[in-house]
Design a protein around this ligand. Structure first.
Ligand code: HEM
Length: 426
């Protein structure tokens, strides 16, 4: 899920882009990172799409905006993740040599086959039984957080993002991994800080924040693995230790593998799910018709969640590397070059979706919010469980809510984040 450019200033220089195109794309990405661009990046994506489904990125590599090509690249064995070897080849002066980038390159979504297949198998799946068990815990957490919202609403407005959307994912995953609840706020903050190393165009200071956060997370999770080895239980970390002990004779290597699994599950599960919960709730409260529709037809809840994932997915960019020279929509790509799959733009591709800018809870879209192919999101059932539970309980437990002000967003491109979601009784 990584993307990028050289540390410091944007490096301009691809063989195929005219200098006017390059300037236009640089300006477009600057606008994307403003408050206005974050509030509504879709007109900017449409500008990009108008230049062709595949266009050169000013910092190297390509930007892909058509749904069909994004989907094909994700499902193709000819496109790889930017793994440790690729990052090393980019050189010491690039963002790819940052310690946080090197660390992320050893986690599941940055591995390529055959290593990826081995590690993915060891992670296991969320089967029906596990989801049912976690589901009971999620319902309890949701009720508790909605009680707080209810109380705040009596006094005026409530920030739904802070009180619910930020809390539910860390409680769900923290509880599932059996992490002490006192640690949850710290883990959530470290997760917010580390995300920059996976952002599209991180600055040097953002990378430093990621490096610091990642070092803390490393200490935390290596200690956790050691504790669980000393006192094993029935939690996922203890299970991963048993699995890796049966696969890897060197205990240090087994512990390291379990550390990378636990680390990435936490990183993958928090911000993305928080963003889904807050954008979904924003769609619900910004138009009274939607609340009424869902209250009358609760069977539409799963489709509403899927449409929220299409309309404005938590992750707008997924990146891949060409394994060999190839053509992408007629554009020449050389082995080792990066394609930024602009999933947020692809979700508004008129060739794929009728009236793509319309939020339509009846649509039941097949989307790329959870990626596709061998890296398809492992936690998709958990994210859906949290979102559907929250939506159902919000509709039945709270009187109709309304949006007090437009939310602020973090100035990111790849990873969307609402900073607040202020609501009041309608
Ligand atoms: C709405 C919430 C979520 C979104 C939008 C999301 C999105 C994604 C995406 C786009 C990828 C693939 C990246 C790529 O192709 O390079 C991915 C992979 C992954 N996700 Fe999620 N995710 C979410 C929630 C979760 C949760 C709750 C968990 C864990 C409990 C999780 C665990 C993972 C893991 C382990 C991978 C790596 C899979 C692999 O590489 O084989 N995700 N996710």
């Amino acid at each position: 899920m990584a993307a990028g450019h050289q540390k410091g200033a944007v490096i301009v220089g691809t063989a195929t882009a005219s200098s006017a195109d390059r300037r236009a794309t640089v300006s477009l990405f600057s606008r994307l990172r403003t408050a206005e661009g974050q509030a509504d990046p879709f007109p900017l994506y449409a500008e990009l799409q108008a230049r062709g489904g595949v266009s050169p990125a000013p910092w190297g590599g390509f930007l892909v905006t058509t749904f069909r090509t994004c989907d094909q690249v994700l499902r193709s064995g000819a496109w790889l993740e930017p793994d440790t070897k690729w990052r090393e080849q980019q050189g010491e002066r690039t963002r790819w040599s940052a310690p946080s980038s090197r660390e992320i390159s050893r986690t599941l979504p940055a591995l390529n086959p055959p290593e990826h297949s081995r590690v993915r198998r060891s992670a296991g799946n969320f089967d029906r039984q596990t989801i049912d068990r976690i589901g009971r815990r999620v319902s309890g957490f949701v009720d508790r957080f909605l009680d707080t919202v209810h109380e705040r609403l009596r006094a005026g407005e409530a920030d739904f993002a802070a009180l619910v959307c930020e809390e539910l994912p860390v409680a769900t995953v923290g509880d599932w991994l059996a992490l002490p609840s006192a640690d949850w706020p710290l883990l959530r903050e470290l997760t917010h800080d580390q995300v920059f190393t996976q952002e599209l165009l991180p600055s040097a200071s953002q990378l430093t924040r990621s490096d610091i956060a990642m070092a803390e997370l490393r200490t935390y999770f290596l200690d956790l693995v050691r504790e669980r080895r000393a006192r094993p239980g029935e939690d996922p970390v203890s299970r991963w230790i048993r699995t890796w002990d049966s696969m890897e004779p060197d205990q240090d290597k087994a512990d390291e593998a379990v550390y990378f699994l636990a680390l990435f599950v936490l990183l993958a599960a928090l911000e993305t799910t928080s963003t889904l919960l807050s954008t979904m709730t924003l769609h619900l409260v910004e138009q009274p018709d939607r609340w009424r529709l869902l209250a009358e037809q609760p069977d539409l809840v799963p489709a509403f969640v899927e449409e929220a994932l299409r309309y404005d997915p938590p992750t707008h960019v997924i990146s891949r590397i060409a394994a060999s020279d190839c053509l992408l929509e007629g554009v020449e790509v050389r082995a080792g070059e990066m394609a930024h799959l602009m999933v947020g733009a692809a979700h508004r591709d008129p060739a794929r979706f009728v009236l793509p800018d319309l939020f339509d809870p009846h649509r039941k879209p097949a989307h790329l919010a959870f990626s596709a192919g061998i890296h398809y999101c492992l936690g998709a059932p958990l994210a859906r469980l949290e979102a559907q539970t929250l939506l159902r309980r919000t509709l039945t437990r709270l009187p109709r809510l309304t949006l007090v002000r437009r939310p602020a967003r973090a100035p990111r491109v790849a990873f969307r984040r609402l900073l607040n979601l202020d609501v009041a009784l309608a």
